[in-house]
Design a protein around this ligand. Structure first.
Ligand code: ARG
Length: 465
């Protein structure tokens, strides 16, 4: 990065000494905001197009500017562009590169705008593209998850509360619970996109401009729904970036919960699932180890995304209207939040469909822990016993089971009848794990039939959006 220019050529007019070299570096953002180059050029092309219709540029000037900008873009993409710290940021670097190429006409591009509305426009354009890519990746993850769930609609596993065996559920049902979390995250992302899709261009520094600009036209050229309504708000607020990070935090929180379960399930103690070797790593000292690094890392990355949300909220909280240099600090947290979300989603979307379930182990685990105790109580209630008494009878049966090391489903009729003579042979219809899950046959329930139906409609939802 070159550092030999002294006084900034874009705003140096009123200065009597060059900026301190350290201050130049301290206040520059080109080191990281060069990432916005394509969207900066997209915005400038829209602006130049509009300036011609407003009579500020001639058609020839407009065309010279647009082809110059396209050349600058090509230079950036081929690695020819030399970014300069004294030129501070991506906006002034590109404008200077344009002027180098096309001469004095390049200096007309900035008519009727400011870097303040320019940067607000650029981040929105950039983030909108990233949001679209992220939305697709969520859909890919959901599709893999739902297909896996459909294939596991009959697989019985223990359902937990307090991480203690509670009632049997189907593995497919558990996976579809994850899908619901992701479905809401997708909705939050869509809301964020829809709210941010307004064009701040034309707000200029803060108060608008005296040129006869056409904000509807630039909004339309950039694919925004409309121009923003207030120039002061347009250049100052970064709530769209905060909202994106809030979405990212929520998504990663959900993925972290999934990760936690994946890590538990791959342990020797649970042994419910197998992750393919290509998503795991070994230990340099313990030859037997196969570590679930991918879910562990996703769980860990939640921390940095939560940190970015807090950074942006704190960045915004005391800013008076309108633009303040503080806002330059919005970019790195936002960029990293986007990168982290994309990496985590990619890892999960690739990994989830490759999960292999250990059905026998899940079934075995569901048999331990008296997971059909509630079913026995419900059975007694149906036979006319008050629920409190039924609770007591089942409690005694469980105590007996603990003593004799038997699950309820493994006891004989005679054994069960010691605790209540209301029990007869039909009790085994509800005491089996299969009977227990099949009986929960309503919308949102865990029965295999409901899980298959839920998977079908979930798949329809994600493939039609
Ligand atoms: N690099 C700046 C930013 O990221 C661009 C806007 C600068 N505006 C200004 N008046 N200094 O926020």
């Amino acid at each position: 990065m070159s550092q030999d220019e002294n006084t900034n050529q874009q705003w140096g007019g009123r200065f009597s000494e060059p900026t301190d070299a350290f201050v130049q570096r301290f206040t520059a953002s080109i080191q990281f905001d060069q990432r916005l180059y394509a969207h900066d050029i997209q915005g400038s092309i829209a602006h130049a197009t509009m300036l011609e219709t407003a009579g500020v540029l001639t058609a020839e000037e407009r065309d010279t500017i647009i082809s110059g900008l396209n050349e600058v873009k090509a230079d950036i993409e081929s690695g020819k562009q030399q970014w300069s710290i004294p030129l501070e940021d991506v906006h002034m670097n590109i404008e200077a590169a344009l002027t180098d190429k096309i001469g004095i006409t390049g200096k007309k591009l900035h008519t009727g705008r400011s870097r303040n509305d320019q940067v607000a426009t650029d981040i929105r354009l950039w983030l909108r593209d990233e949001i679209d890519a992220i939305a697709e990746e969520i859909t890919r993850l959901q599709t893999g998850l739902i297909n896996l769930a459909a294939g596991e609609a009959n697989t019985i596993m223990p359902g937990f509360t307090h991480l203690q065996t509670a009632q049997p559920v189907t593995f497919g049902h558990h996976l579809l619970a994850w899908n619901e979390m992701l479905e809401r995250d997708h909705g939050r992302l869509k809301d964020c996109r829809q709210r941010m899709n307004q064009s701040p261009l034309g707000a200029a520094a803060l108060a608008g401009t005296t040129y006869p600009i056409n904000r509807e036209l630039t909004a339309e050229l950039m694919g925004f729904d409309r121009p923003t309504a207030n120039s002061l708000d347009s250049v100052s607020d970064r709530d769209f970036a905060i909202e994106f990070c809030a979405f990212a935090s929520m998504l990663l929180t959900h993925m972290s919960r999934m990760s936690e379960e994946l890590v538990l399930w791959t342990s020797a103690q649970f042994n419910f699932i197998e992750l393919p070797d290509r998503f795991c790593t070994g230990s340099s000292i313990m030859p037997q180890k196969k570590n679930p690094d991918v879910p562990e890392l996703v769980r860990g990355k939640t921390g940095r995304v939560n940190g970015h949300l807090i950074s942006l909220l704190t960045l915004m909280k005391s800013q008076p209207l309108a633009y303040n240099k503080d806002n330059q600090e919005d970019k790195e947290p936002l960029f990293d939040a986007v990168d982290t979300v994309k990496d985590c989603l990619r890892a999960f979307a690739d990994m989830i469909p490759a999960i292999v379930s250990r059905k026998e182990n899940m079934l075995e685990a569901a048999k331990r822990g008296f997971s059909t105790a509630t079913d026995l109580a419900d059975y007694l209630v149906v036979k006319g016993m008050p629920f409190r008494d039924a609770h007591e009878v089942v409690g005694k049966s469980v105590a007996y089971g603990i003593e004799t090391n038997k699950d309820l489903s493994e006891m004989s009729l005679e054994e069960l009848q010691q605790f209540s003579d209301t029990i007869s042979a039909d009790v085994f219809d509800v005491l089996t794990l299969e009977g227990s899950v099949a009986a929960r046959d309503h919308i949102g329930g865990t029965s295999p039939g409901q899980v298959k139906r839920a998977a079908t409609s979930a798949l329809e939802l994600v493939s039609n959006r």
